[in-house]
Write a protein that binds this ligand. Sequence first.
Ligand code: SF4
Length: 489
Amino acid sequence: MKEACGVFGVYAPGAPVAQLTFDGLYALQHRGQESAGMAVSDTEAITVVKDMGLVTTVFDERTVSCLPGDLAIGHTRYSTTGSSTWRNAQPVFRPTGTAGFALAHNGNLTNTEALAEAAGMLPGFVASDSDLVAELLAQRQKPGVSLEAALAEVLPMLEGAFSFVLLDATGVVGVRDPNGFRPLCLGRLGPEEDPSGWVLASETPALDVIGASFVREVGPGEMVAIDADGVRSEQVFPAERVDPRLCIFEFVYFARPDSRLYGREVHGTRRRMGELLATQAPVEADMVMGVPDSGLPAAEGYALRSGIPYGQGLVKNRYIGRTFITPGQEARAAGVRRKLNPLRENITGKRLVVVDDSIVRGTTTRSMVRMLREAGAVEVHLRVSSPPFGWPCFYGIDTPTRSELLASSRTVDQIREYLGVDSIEYLTLENLLMATGVADAGFCSACLTGHYPAAVPAEAGIELAPLPAGGLAGADALAVAGHRSIANA
Ligand code: SF4
């Protein structure tokens, strides 16, 4: 029941909302490639279309043109192995109230057992955590009870990560959990003085693509309701639960480079990660190259700061999704060969600095290093633009169990040996936070430090530990002590 997804919503009477939703989802395709769907309302009836596959597989021109309406929501989904089924495609629909409601979820709830009990559902009959929330809402949305009122009752029961976009017959609602783990922003169609519509989206490129202007990020714990009366905002969580913890990996890996988070463009922060990495971990080499795609800006930054020429060493098949978000170990290993191919003329006889954004299991990196050596690289120095990934994520990103994570039980030297590189260095958490330019804005870095800011599922057997004195920077010292530069001199 863990997902990394994209959500979108639009309220724009008179506009082709299904087309706008299609375009928005297409811009959010990187957040989920297993299924896509949308729910459209003409203010009387809601139509839901969803299926397995990419946005362009699920929707064609004819389908989109057959979905007239004034408001719509959409979803792109990624799930863990075994739960990539039609039943779990979103939006989830419930036929309550006048026309029912539909829900799209990015995140992962961590108290599903308690919620299933509250909903009177047997855990084995719960399709997903999103399904569970829909059930809890449906039980409360009796005649005369608005979707907003039902949400105000259900939301405080939820723990974990959720950026929801919902729709009933006449309105769209967006909600972000009190830690704001997953992004969600509000945009406007038309001029400020006379808006023609409003948009909610996981990332700002989904606003750009439909010509909407960025208004602001939906705040942690905030509910934004949009209907014929305009936009209303409400804080639905008690102040003590509101603690901004945007996932730091949105900056490192997940978000598109042209996204803006906390007011910063992601590409620039990735480039700064590379610059700081070059200062922190210099090495003599002939060429700096990045691992496509999300390692490229950091490689640019490393080259810029170090003065070592930047070059392309790998070509990525652009029609293949990122292997980190392809379910199944077997599919993942085969995916590397399908995805990357070396540029031999650029590589042969060279000492390479290879910059990647993160190492999770290490399988992709190991195959890639072998590929570079076979193509004639004489030295491979790996530089990683994030700290060692040693803990699983419970907040909406599908990561392996702790034992499958390369950095959970190995020293950096053991990691170097396993990957077959001449040297390896990870960016420190302190430098990673500095690269964002908003180090104090509030981040989750639990997968790097083991300090989880919100409840994790009881069955994970992980005890919550408060951050040590010094906050995240202090946590960095704890997490990566002894994980610093190891060179195979
Ligand atoms: S644990 Fe890691 S991947 Fe998960 S939300 Fe926190 S920073 Fe992001």
